[in-house]
Design a binder for this molecule. Structure first.
Ligand code: S3P
Length: 182
């Protein structure tokens, strides 16, 4: 089963875009954060404050591993920190095409201002935090990505069409390559 996995920094629009993309393709939509919070019956903020980030990261790995059993094609959106954990790389690649939604600091900041649901961005200097974390994470996102699209510069529907086009091109190459190994 070849799924589509959306990765990117907090505020890059993975959930919103993922939902629309799934609708467009007739795929199921799975949000890993939602899967975790539904199973724990707690918000991400509460999981962080009661059990800590290390525990949350373990839940992410468990969730992504479980998704390998999915029996229908899905668009899967994962939290911004999941790809940063090395142990998750093989699962992300096994799931299917990895698509990086790349947002500029300005776009991310605009979308994250006033947000109270992301424990790692709490406190002063939102822009400084975004810059620092993005600098550390971006090389990992880039390395994992099969397809990259820039977000925040076009209407949602246009972005979805752009993803579909690039994803199809990528999948064709992927299939041709895997056939040539048979
Ligand atoms: C996190 C991103 C969040 C959520 C948690 C940690 C991160 O998901 O998993 O707050 O480390 O970047 P979104 O990227 O969907 O906001």
């Amino acid at each position: 089963m070849r799924h589509i996995v959306l990765i990117g920094f907090m505020g890059s629009g993975k959930t919103k875009t993922g939902r629309l993309l799934a609708e467009e393709l007739g795929y199921r939509f799975v949000d890993v954060d939602k899967k975790i919070t539904a199973e724990m019956k707690m918000s991400v903020t509460d999981i962080f404050s009661r059990f800590g980030e290390v525990f949350f990261r373990a839940l992410e790995t468990k969730a992504i591993k479980e998704l390998l059993q999915l029996e229908e094609c899905a668009v899967i959106s994962v939290g911004g920190g999941l790809p940063v954990q090395k142990q998750n790389h093989k699962y992300l690649k096994q799931l299917g095409a990895v698509i990086y939604l790349k947002g500029s600091v300005e776009t991310l900041k605009k979308r994250l201002e006033g947000d109270r649901t992301r424990p790692l961005l709490e406190g002063a200097d939102l822009e400084g935090k975004i810059r620092k974390m993005l600098a550390a994470r971006e090389p990992v996102y880039e390395k994992l990505a099969d397809v990259t699209v820039i977000t925040g510069q076009q209407p949602m529907q246009q972005l979805v069409q752009e993803i579909v086009k690039k994803w199809k091109e990528y999948e064709i190459q992927y299939l041709l390559k895997s056939k040539s190994h048979v």
